[in-house]
Design a protein around this ligand. Structure first.
Ligand SMILES: [Zn+2]
Length: 159
């Protein structure tokens, strides 16, 4: 499943990329461009704009109207509707910044790219081949897991 997200969904874009989905995102695309790209590249259009959603579906583009307040709620609704897994698998995870698939990188290669304390505490690292960003499952990972758990609970509750 490939997606294109409207300019209001930057956060959700990052989540979906981490979950392994190919999401095109730019806040510089107007409605017509979003629809054209979605159609041409067979991407599901994600939008928080009801009017855009209606325009897209009228033109035969598969679209999903994203409601919900928190990221967990939005993820829960998407997961329910589109059968998306809410577990991050690093083997398929994508760079939240640029959408490229991250690759495991040997620890010694990141020595000069991360803080010394990070280097000492963690042993598994991933790198984005496109933008060079290095990732590890650090302290922030607790928050990521918590949001995904919330999303799973809210999904189960509603279904
Ligand atoms: Zn990247």
């Amino acid at each position: 499943m490939k997606f294109i997200a409207d300019g209001m969904l930057g956060k959700l874009t990052r989540w979906l990329r981490m979950l392994g989905h190919n999401v095109k995102y730019s806040n510089k695309l107007d409605d017509a461009q979003l629809i054209t790209i979605a159609k041409k590249e067979q991407r599901i259009l994600l939008t928080r704009d009801l009017e855009l959603y209606q325009q897209a579906t009228a033109k035969g583009v598969q679209a999903f109207y994203v409601d919900g307040q928190t990221e967990a709620e939005k993820l829960a609704k998407l997961a329910q509707k589109l059968d998306i897994s809410l577990d991050i698998d690093m083997a398929t995870s994508r760079c939240p910044k640029c959408n490229a698939r991250v690759k495991p990188v040997p620890k010694e290669k990141v020595a000069d790219k991360v803080e010394e304390s990070t280097f000492t505490c963690y042993h598994e690292f991933w790198e984005c081949p496109k933008c060079g960003q290095v990732y590890w499952q650090g302290a922030h990972w607790t928050r990521i897991r918590k949001t995904l758990e919330e999303a799973k609970n809210s999904k189960n509750f509603k279904s």
